[in-house]
Design a protein around this ligand. Structure first.
Ligand code: GLV
Length: 465
């Protein structure tokens, strides 16, 4: 035996490394939200906004007018597409991975050179003033307070400049409906750039309005009542079109029969139109604006040729929304667009359309890992966001839930909904063993049975690598 051997034998056994300690302050948005809710609960206060999506929807319905509910919650035809959107997400199960040290979680994503705190955008919702006055401003402020990008609706109820001013530095995108008037398209694009939009989302699936029984049965199209036209009535080119229309004819449209409904509509139009309601009631302009809008919205002739002109017309990244077929997605990127949103417009356009979450993996496969692909339609919770990312999305758009939050508790309600979704996303990702979206973290989904069908893809890595 050598001295060295003897010395080595004398050494105490090496202790196992101490378990890694949680970094201070690393609770993340999930823990922070739980803390806030449970501490308030200990003092006897419950959240105003239900934290589960079904409860949120019920609470919102109780507070919304029948018109508002029909417009927001309604979908195309029998509602099959809305149901399919949910079923396609429910058909997947997350397979959590364990023992991966998820103390520090980074939910942030980068889209078009901008980093956002979570892969969630607040989607555009038209005519939200049906739900609450100053709806767009409330949603914008709430989104800004959580740092999530808000996509200004082309059918919004406040001019984009006013909405932008309300949200300070909060990130914003702009949704464009391609009007029949090309100068109006340019005017919208220019205004969006000046209002600080970080991308333009061109909605492709509404070249005609879908067949929506809940609205039809109430004879309700908000735009006909002058609601959701604020981007138009604040636009110099649109105002020019209105003036031209008035100059062409003494009568802006068919004469109105004076009925209680007609008076209500006239009042709504006059309130929604810029300027004093009293002056508007005596002016022909508000009604001419509605008629001008109905002529210009939207553009059934829209084609790939139109989209091809966009590169020359804006410096903003261009994102096409409403893409469901892999060939359309491929063609979009071949044309030089910057991203696509896989969406069926929340099931509002085509009854029996393919579910967005079902189309997503095929689109991702067709365009490859490096393209920006977002998902919209059917997302209700943080767990849904996790599934969407696992199915190939870079981020999602949240539509109806933020409007439901607005109905329940105004701006605070929207903020709570957004915080809840991000909190659940954070906790679900962590519990699934995921600490960020790129770093080779594998998020596994297991296809499970849904009534009548089976989704065939078994496992997909979230990193798309
Ligand atoms: C318009 O975008 C609508 O879905 O009503």
């Amino acid at each position: 035996m050598t001295v060295d051997d003897a010395g080595a034998r004398a050494l105490p056994p090496v202790p196992p490394p101490p378990p890694p300690r949680a970094a201070p302050g690393s609770g993340g948005p999930g823990r922070a939200r739980q803390d806030a809710v449970y501490r308030a609960g200990a003092l006897g206060r419950r959240p105003r906004v239900p934290t589960d999506p079904a409860g949120l929807e019920r609470a919102a319905r109780r507070r919304m007018s029948r018109d508002a509910w029909a417009y927001v919650a309604g979908g195309a035809g029998s509602g099959a597409t809305m149901r399919a959107n949910r079923a396609a997400l429910d058909a997947w199960a997350i397979v959590p991975r364990v023992l991966r040290d998820v103390t520090a979680r980074d939910l942030s994503v980068e889209l078009f050179g901008h980093r956002y705190p979570a892969p969630v955008l607040v989607g555009p919702v038209g005519a939200a003033a049906l739900v609450a006055p100053d709806a767009d401003l409330a949603i914008a402020r709430a989104a800004a307070s959580v740092g999530l990008p808000y996509v200004f609706s082309n059918q919004g109820c406040a001019p984009m400049e006013q909405t932008a001013a309300a949200m300070g530095d909060g990130p914003r995108w702009f949704q464009l409906y391609w009007s029949k008037d090309e100068e109006l398209v340019d005017s919208f694009l220019g205004r969006a750039e000046r209002a600080g939009a970080q991308a333009v989302v061109v909605t492709l699936d509404t070249t005609l309005l879908g067949w929506r029984p809940m609205d039809l049965d109430r004879g309700l199209l908000p735009f006909v009542r002058g609601l959701g036209l604020a981007q138009y009535t604040s636009d110099p080119r649109f105002r020019e079109l209105v003036r031209e229309r008035l100059a062409r004819s003494e009568q802006p449209g068919r004469p109105l029969r004076v009925t209680p409904g007609a008076v209500r509509t006239l009042l709504a139009m006059s309130r929604a139109y810029p300027g004093s309601t009293w002056a508007n009631l005596r002016s022909r302009e508000p009604r001419a604006a509605v008629e001008t809008f109905l002529d210009a919205y939207s553009n059934p002739a829209l084609s790939w040729d139109h989209v091809a002109t966009l590169r020359e017309r804006t410096r903003l990244p261009v994102v096409l929304k409403g893409v469901l077929h892999p060939d359309d997605a491929r063609r979009a990127f071949d044309l030089g667009v910057d991203g696509v949103v896989v969406s069926n417009h929340g099931g509002r356009q085509v009854d029996g359309a393919v579910a967005a979450a079902e189309a997503l993996p095929r689109v991702r496969e067709a365009v490859g890992a490096d393209r920006t692909v977002l998902l919209d339609s059917g997302i209700r919770s943080g767990a849904d966001v996790v599934k969407a990312l696992a199915l190939g999305a870079d981020a999602v758009l949240l539509g109806r839930p933020s409007v439901y939050g607005l109905a329940v508790a105004g701006e605070d309600g929207v903020r709570e909904v957004l915080e809840n979704v991000v909190a659940e996303l954070d906790l679900t990702a962590g519990l699934a063993g995921v600490t960020n979206w790129d770093d080779g973290a594998e998020l596994l989904l297991h296809a499970c049975f849904s009534p009548g069908r089976r989704v065939n893809v078994a496992y997909r890595p979230v990193s798309n690598q």
